[in-house]
Design a protein around this ligand. Structure first.
Ligand code: 5GP
Length: 180
């Protein structure tokens, strides 16, 4: 097992190993391959945090898919600011498309709720959510999260694309804020 890491002033302890993440991603890819067989979904990757997860997931998807990116931010430090800033639009016509939003983590669910509604308002045929991690105890949404890699406790995590104030995205495994 890896050792703990220090990012800025905080200590993070190992939580999920690279091999755990690989298994989670493979299972998600298998479910998407089965549910979207014969279709051509538009995958909308939520930046920045989902870039590593999306890259591993998308390589395992069969058949035709299109990929686009959306940049949002709602976090400062280790707490959600509550407001969701959309910083980069999808840039693709979503009308009539079957969308799968690829997200790193659904926490309160505000970010996803807002993106999902925006896609629907723009005329998407369907909008599913695929998230690597889901914090059920923090979730406040009134919608379904269709594809969940793993449910985790309501504790801040970093690594595998997720950052703490800019650091930690390059870690190949997942780390949790040390409760001590
Ligand atoms: P929500 O709107 O669901 O509260 O927050 C979603 C976004 O907040 C995620 O896309 C992610 O960028 C960030 N976030 C939520 N929980 C965590 C966490 O534990 N660690 C990190 N690094 N980011 C998180």
């Amino acid at each position: 097992m890896a050792e703990s890491v220090k990012l800025h002033e905080l200590e993070f302890v190992p939580y999920l190993e690279k091999s755990d993440l690989e298994q989670i991603v493979a299972k998600l890819a298998a479910r998407i391959n089965s549910d979207y067989r014969g279709k051509c979904p538009l995958l909308v990757v939520v930046l920045n945090g989902a870039f590593m997860f999306a890259s591993d997931l998308i390589k395992q998807l069969n058949g035709d898919v299109e990929v686009s990116f959306l940049r949002v931010s709602s976090y400062r430090g280790t707490a959600s600011t509550g407001e969701v800033k959309e910083m980069m639009p999808v840039g693709v016509d979503v009308r009539g498309r079957e969308i799968i939003i690829i997200e790193d983590i659904v926490d309160t669910g505000r970010t996803m709720g807002r993106i999902k509604q925006k896609m629907k308002d723009s005329g998407a045929l369907s909008v599913s959510i695929c998230t690597l991690l889901f914090k059920p105890d923090a979730f406040e949404g009134d919608y379904m999260v269709d594809f969940i890699g793993k449910e985790i406790p309501d504790r801040f995590v970093v690594g595998y694309g997720l950052d703490y104030d800019g650091l930690g995205r390059n870690l190949p495994a997942l780390y949790q804020l040390n409760p001590k």
